[in-house]
Design a protein around this ligand. Structure first.
Ligand code: GCO
Ligand code: MG
Length: 406
């Protein structure tokens, strides 16, 4: 197909469910009339995967069948505007997965890895940050040290308490997460954690923290101030999207680099933060934003304001999403850092060609498109876990029983 500028009809769009690491993933596969020529995308919204599958198979598949897969921009707008009520995480993840698969296809048709279509590599690898957590500062320091020994130099650190969890300590929905969350105790534990980490690990390592919108804005401002002296690489989601108006106030009080964006479904919301210099790193979940198409536009705009990227790369981004993140990382001049969750054997079995790490950074292979495949037979060996909530998170509560953000 190399060099074919002609029409490439979409034959069918499928949503494939698989959970190689027990996390519900949604993979989009766009099939064309040419046997063996297909595109892959990630549409994972792990707490509502079935709703995303329906958006893909019941709506986008019939809508886009027969469309020219090479008209990505047109397909994107047609799909987005095909429901009068638009955007939001369910529809966007579906759209984003389809968009990614169209880009993958384009790369395959061109015979080029996507980073080439994005303007070519600016760097050989994308520096990553990994996650360390523990029940107390000592455990976190041990976990961080283990990453340093493996060649990683940027580490996100989260601390819990022996009896109560917080975001990043214990998987969501586990008993630890269900124990009452104490915001004051958390706000005291975090500066103590970083004091300990600086003492134990020194100042060469880049440390990050995700507050996961757990604190009320005034407490979040205070935490940011207290963390100033530890020289974090960035502090993430210090306030919730609903509270972004607080960022101006926070900026005046704390010189801490801020990262925001994994909850964003509208580029406009993040563009405004970048233009007002209220954020230093934008980190949307690619599919939640609507895919590679809007992400490239947002990154270009952010560059004009000196804001960098740090695309969302947790365990509930599939290896296909990690590959999409990586191709952007390699080609964007305002790339900052990439969140990375190392893949287990099952993921590598289901997704041949998934990105690998080298000296603390992600490297891409030189295969066309995203350079990743999906072994459907292997994928079928890892069905979604059985659980009557289909992936919904259980509530996080304060001691008085009230529900707070996760
Ligand atoms: C991160 C995120 C994730 C999200 C998760 C939601 O910074 O990696 O906060 O861990 O909580 O992706 O499903
Ligand atoms: Mg986060």
């Amino acid at each position: 197909m190399s060099g074919n500028a002609g029409r490439l009809s979409i034959e069918r769009i499928r949503a494939i469910r698989t959970a190689p690491e027990g996390i519900r993933l949604v993979i989009v596969k766009i099939e064309t009339a040419t046997p063996g020529l297909y595109g892959l995308g990630c549409a994972t919204f792990t707490q509502r995967p079935l709703a995303v599958c329906s958006a893909i198979e019941d709506y986008l598949d019939p809508l886009l069948r027969g469309a020219d897969a090479q008209r990505i921009e047109d397909c994107w707008h047609v799909a987005r505007l095909s429901s009068y009520w638009r955007d939001g995480p369910v529809l966007n993840n579906a759209l984003g997965g389809v968009d990614m698969a169209l880009w993958d296809l384009l790369g395959k048709v061109a015979g080029l890895p996507l980073y080439q279509l994005f303007g070519g590599k600016l760097r050989d690898r994308a520096r990553v940050y990994v996650h360390a957590h523990g029940r107390d500062a000592r455990e976190v320091a041990d976990a961080a040290r283990a990453w340093l020994e493996r060649g990683f130099s940027a580490i996100r650190c989260q601390v819990g308490e022996a009896d109560a969890g917080t975001y990043g300590v214990g998987a969501a929905g586990t008993a630890a997460q269900q124990a009452a969350f104490d915001p004051d105790r958390y706000a005291r534990a975090v500066p103590e954690l970083f004091a300990h980490l600086r003492e134990e690990l020194g100042w060469e390592v880049d440390l990050l923290h995700d507050t996961h919108e757990r604190l009320a804005p005034p407490a979040a401002v205070r935490l940011a101030k207290e963390l100033e002296r530890f020289g974090l690489y960035f502090l993430e989601d210090v306030v919730a999207p609903e509270d972004h108006a607080w960022l101006e106030h926070l900026r005046r009080h704390a010189a801490v680099p801020l990262a925001i964006g994994e909850l964003a479904t509208r580029s406009e919301d993040l563009a405004k933060l970048a233009a007002a210099r209220l954020v230093d790193y934008l980190r949307p979940h690619l599919s939640d934003l609507g895919g590679i198409t809007p992400a490239r536009k947002l990154a270009a705009l952010a560059e004009a304001f000196g804001v960098r990227t740090a695309w969302h790369g947790p365990g509930d981004a599939s290896p296909v999403a990690h590959a999409a993140n990586l191709h952007l990382d390699l080609a964007l001049s305002n790339f900052g850092i990439q969140e990375w969750t190392p893949l287990g054997d099952a993921s590598r079995e289901v997704f041949p060609g998934a990105p690998t790490t080298e000296s603390g950074g992600l490297v891409a292979n030189d295969q066309p498109g995203l350079g990743i495949d999906l072994d459907e037979t292997a994928a079928a060996r890892y069905p979604y876990p059985e659980d009557n909530l289909n992936g919904s998170w259980r509530p996080v509560r304060l001691a008085d029983g009230s529900v707070i953000r996760p």
